[in-house]
Design a protein around this ligand. Structure first.
Ligand code: HAM
Length: 420
């Protein structure tokens, strides 16, 4: 009987060697600045009560109306695979009473998220984000800090071809004033039923409609940025001032609409120039009403989510990943049983000193072992045979140019530390 192969579900991103090393590097680099700024880890479930997202993210969004992986569990509860991270963080903060402790509460997270989108390059049904949330502080300085942390993550990868777009959705007063005029404007636009329904929940969605006729129809629509209350405007100007101070370049895009309904005040997106249609490598903003609508206190918050898959694609597109960044420093080839023992102890010592060391196990002939060393991409290779064990000296081969240096086994650590 011959079994059929089973394939991965459509549209999931997965990372196996050798790409997984680059993926890991991107993920850790993107979140490192947040750790340096005192954000603490939050590990959350990948599935939640469906109501968390329908209420938290909003019924007018594509994410909730079309893209959720929702199912009934064995107890008849409606469960959804998390499409984003912010609502889950809020749920946990409220449930654990963290909102009653030291504020702001600053957390980071990393993991898989799920959206049933049409898969294409850079758009997956299971994808990876790292994110942060800063809860309980209403100060433009933290808005700027959050944006700066995201920017630093991208910069630390070496990315250059991206831009930061920002806008402000203002406070409730600003949005209410704008909504009146926007609804008036929309009345004159010929809308199909689903679009009208979406507009009734959140008319800002129409700015996000990609259809050419809708783009044209929204051309002269009133912009929220022109309706900011004096306080919201002062806030937004202060955020921009801080960004200027930090030397972070931005473009104000008053037509930016984030894909989630909870946003208020400062919102932002990072867009990479080389990625085609799926160019959003990260985004975020304030969500001052979210905690309250999820049953908690009325605390403000701001955060971001960065797309790890897309940041990796961007890093590849810009050529900032070097292959030997992820390979071993040293490849040890023992030629017999006794030599294997020497290799094992030597490798342990070197690894303890932080030198990435691999051993060619398996009793291969010298030629096959050298081939494996070549393939491994290691910077250096040593062969340990009977002579080497007897003399305590090995020939350290630098793979980039094939040069050989005689080094005492006992001094290998020092030699490598100097050379690497
Ligand atoms: P978002 O803009 O929906 O925001 O997602 C953040 C990032 O996740 C996007 O910029 C993109 O890079 C990546 N992403 C989203 N969907 C996909 C997909 N289908 N395939 C690959 N990558 C994707 C949020 O999720 C908010 N929770 C961010 C936030 C945190 N706002 C405040 N706090």
């Amino acid at each position: 009987m011959k079994y059929e192969k089973i394939q991965a579900p459509k549209g999931v991103s997965e990372y196996a060697p050798p790409l997984s090393a680059a993926f890991e590097w991107v993920r850790e680099s993107l979140i490192a600045p947040a750790k340096l700024a005192g954000y603490q880890l939050m590990e959350l479930p990948v599935f939640e009560d469906t109501a968390l997202f329908s209420r938290g993210v909003g019924e007018s969004t594509d994410v909730v109306s079309k893209e959720m992986y929702t199912f009934e569990d064995r107890g008849g509860r409606s469960i959804t695979l998390r499409p984003e991270g912010t609502a889950g963080v809020m749920r946990a903060v409220i449930e654990k009473g963290l909102d009653r402790g030291q504020l702001p509460l600053k957390v980071w997270y990393s993991g898989q998220f799920f959206r049933a989108e049409r898969p294409q390059a850079g758009r997956y049904r299971q994808f990876y984000q790292v994110g942060i949330e800063a809860i309980g502080l209403d100060d433009p300085a933290i808005d700027a800090e959050v944006i700066a942390i995201a920017d630093q993550g991208f910069k630390s990868l070496g990315l250059r071809n991206y831009r930061l777009e920002i806008t402000s959705l203002g406070d409730a007063k600003s949005r209410a004033a704008h909504r009146v005029d926007l609804l008036k404007y929309i009345e004159k636009v010929d809308l199909d039923e689903p679009t009208r329904a979406r507009a009734a929940i959140n008319p800002l969605r129409l700015f996000d409609d990609k259809r050419p006729e809708m783009k044209a129809a929204m051309q002269d629509a009133p912009l929220l940025l022109d309706y900011l209350s004096a306080e919201s405007l002062a806030n937004f100007n202060q955020v921009k001032k801080y960004l200027d101070l930090l030397g972070i370049k931005y473009i104000v895009n008053p037509r930016m609409v984030r894909g989630l309904d909870y946003y208020t005040g400062t919102t932002f997106e990072f867009i990479h120039e080389d990625l085609g249609a799926q160019s959003g490598i990260g985004g975020g903003g304030r969500y001052d009403g979210l905690m309250e609508i999820l049953g908690g206190q009325s605390l403000s918050g701001i955060g971001f989510g960065l797309g790890v898959d897309r940041a990796l694609l961007a890093a590849q597109a810009e050529g900032v990943i070097s292959e030997d960044q992820f390979t071993s420093d040293l490849f040890i080839i023992p030629l017999g049983e006794e030599q294997k023992s020497v290799a094992l102890t030597l490798a342990t010592t070197l690894r303890n000193a932080g030198i990435r060391t691999e051993i060619a196990f398996g009793d291969r002939a010298l030629k096959a072992a050298m081939k494996a060393a070549d393939k491994s991409g290691s910077s250096y290779v040593v062969i340990i045979g009977e002579d080497e064990v007897a003399s305590g000296v090995v020939e350290l081969k630098r793979m980039s140019d094939g040069s050989l240096t005689s080094v005492k086994i006992s001094e290998l650590q020092k030699a490598l530390a100097g050379a690497l």
